[in-house]
Design a protein around this ligand. Structure first.
Ligand SMILES: NC(=O)c1ccc[n+]([C@@H]2O[C@H](COP(=O)([O-])OP(=O)(O)OC[C@H]3O[C@@H](n4cnc5c(N)ncnc54)[C@H](O)[C@@H]3O)[C@@H](O)[C@H]2O)c1
Length: 400
């Protein structure tokens, strides 16, 4: 166990922070020492539990010399300003996905961190999940030979959870492509080697009361010759957790009898203001906190096909279907949820070992989100230009 945890400040004590609470509470590699949040109730709750200092602004948090790294957990549209401010103050950064909304913002963030010589990690995305890391190790060990094809599906109620207005406006980063695509793309890129070549996609906007993308299907090719098919629907009908033994995204057992719960809850809300208030009610210092999960987190069924076999990822581990035998590789029990994220931050800051999910990596995944939207609009494939490999090598366009 470490005696020198990363002294972490947090900006934004909302839903994303709530989901990281079990990690911050239990992982010895990180110690929360300060926070910035506009809501007094959240600041008070933070001080009560973690001690340290709280501030109303990111600028004050950045000026706190006890903070060596900042977790940026504010809405997408604030990521650029908050990351650039933290980098200029010499803080290392963990920024929640997606890196940003526009590629220009993402590029500026990566540059600011490079110029300041600080680490920028984009996460947590589900590419940090234990079974995904396990699948990557199995691939690297040659368990299925070269990766040729990845298929991934996720059917959720994403669009019907309580949302702020901008989360239902694509131009402001709303919809499933930015918020959910970022997870799926990160996982697939990690397993396929990182550098994509092009994307063809279609998207669905099927509910005028939620006027943003609620679904997409995309096909992506990789420099390695591999290809991947992504399907996502957030329209709250079929739930692909049914295919995951009713283990939910966060690793908890789900009750199928609760079918339609998100829609029913939303139907009781009279206005956008009321809906935003309901979202706030799920933030730190205001709402119920997530309990300890029984299983690893996941992002729906994923099957990786190589020339000597297939891998199937589950919240309990990874199945390998080889030429002659089928084996199951159980994942280590979940001790601290999302401990892989704490490890990535610690390894980067204390040992100088960057994870795959750097700023440049996040920019490459963001480029795929934009390619999905662009291809859906034009009906044409979109070539990718900002791709990086798992070990950080840039593609031909970025090198020029
Ligand atoms: N990785 C995950 O599992 C996961 C889950 C949810 C959200 N997210 C990501 O986290 C980010 C935040 O989303 P969310 O759902 O938590 O939103 P949220 O609205 O629940 O939380 C955002 C918080 O930021 C605070 N905030 C707003 N302006 C601020 C400012 N200037 N300074 C400090 N704090 C400020 C708000 O008060 C709010 O508490 C998004 O980018 C989202 O994609 C990630």
């Amino acid at each position: 166990m470490t005696s020198d945890p990363i002294r972490l400040g947090v900006v934004g004590l909302g839903r994303a922070f709530m989901l990281m609470l079990p990690t911050f509470r239990a992982d010895p590699r990180v110690a929360l020492v300060a926070a910035a949040a506009p809501r007094a109730a959240s600041r008070k709750a933070f001080e009560k539990e973690f001690g340290g200092y709280t501030y109303e602004t990111i600028e004050d948090l950045c000026a706190d010399t006890s903070v060596e790294a900042i977790y940026v957990a504010t809405p997408h549209q604030m990521h650029r300003d908050h990351v650039v401010a933290a980098a200029r103050a010499g803080k290392h950064i963990l920024v929640d996905k997606p890196l940003a909304i526009s590629l220009d913002d993402g590029t500026a963030m990566v540059k600011a961190c490079r110029d300041a010589g600080v680490h920028l990690i984009v996460g947590p995305s589900h590419s940090f999940d234990g079974p995904v890391v396990q699948a990557k190790c199995l691939i690297d060990e040659g368990a299925i030979g070269a990766v040729h094809m990845i298929n991934t599906w996720n059917f959720t109620d994403f669009l019907y959870r309580p949302r702020r207005l901008e989360e239902l406006d694509t131009k402001q980063g709303g919809g499933v492509v930015f918020s959910q695509g970022a997870h799926q793309i990160d996982i697939v890129r990690l397993l396929a080697g990182g550098r994509g070549r092009n994307v063809t996609a279609m998207t669905g906007q099927w509910d005028p009361r939620r006027p943003t993308e609620g679904a997409y299907a995309a096909l992506m090719s990789f420099e390695s010759g591999a290809f991947a098919a992504f399907t996502y629907s957030g329209y709250a009908h079929f739930d692909s957790d049914e295919w995951m033994e009713w283990i939910g995204e966060l690793g908890h057992l789900k009750d199928p009898a609760q079918y339609g719960g998100a829609r029913r809850a939303l139907a009781t809300i009279a206005s956008a203001r009321e809906e935003a208030a309901l979202k706030t009610a799920r933030t730190f210092g205001a709402g119920a906190e997530p309990s300890m999960p029984d299983h690893h987190e996941h992002f729906g069924p994923i099957i990786v096909s190589g020339d000597r076999g297939d891998l199937r990822l589950t919240p309990q581990g990874v199945h390998v279907y080889g030429d002659e035998a089928r084996t199951f590789h159980p994942a280590a029990p979940v001790d601290v949820p999302r401990s892989e994220v704490a490890k990535a931050l610690f390894d980067a800051v204390r040992c100088g070992r960057s994870p795959a999910q750097t700023g440049a990596w996040g920019l490459a995944s963001l480029e795929v989100c934009h390619a999905i939207l662009q291809s859906a609009e034009t009906g044409l494939p979109v070539n990718l230009r900002h791709q990086v490999s798992v070990t950080g090598e840039e593609g031909p366009d970025d090198r020029s």
